[in-house]
Ligand binder design. Structure first.
Ligand SMILES: C[C@H](O)[C@H](O)[C@H]1CNC2=NC(N)=NC(=O)C2=N1
Length: 101
């Protein structure tokens, strides 16, 4: 997968498939807050996404408090948002939807 930083226009196009994600003001990361029913579901989501992240070799910055998981995705080597971030975001969206989120 291409780790190059997406140029603004390519980024806007890619973000059409990530409607619930926000782009940081400096265009270097995308973020989303997920809210689950309880801690068990939040942690099950994180477990599933951790394995997917390992397979993709792309690791999220994230935090968890009870039923909430806050995620920020960036590609360190390119100093911006790459296709790999978009791929990780859509994997997370699909995982969350299986929990009704
Ligand atoms: C060597 C290894 O492939 C790199 O360090 C990978 C690992 N996981 C990563 N995860 C994220 N989020 N961004 C990266 O640039 C990145 N780089």
């Amino acid at each position: 997968m291409n780790d190059a930083r997406l140029e603004p226009e390519a980024l806007r196009t890619a973000m059409q498939s990530c409607g619930n994600w926000a782009i940081s003001e400096d265009d270097t990361a995308i973020s989303r807050d997920f809210k689950f029913t309880d801690f068990r579901e939040a942690f099950a989501f994180m477990s599933e996404c951790a394995l997917a992240a390992e397979r993709l070799d792309h690791h999220p910055e994230w935090s968890n408090v009870y039923n909430r998981v806050g995620v920020s995705l960036t590609t360190h080597s390119s100093g911006g948002i790459s296709a790999r971030d978009i791929e990780m975001a859509s994997i997370m969206d699909r995982a969350a939807s299986r929990f009704g989120v």
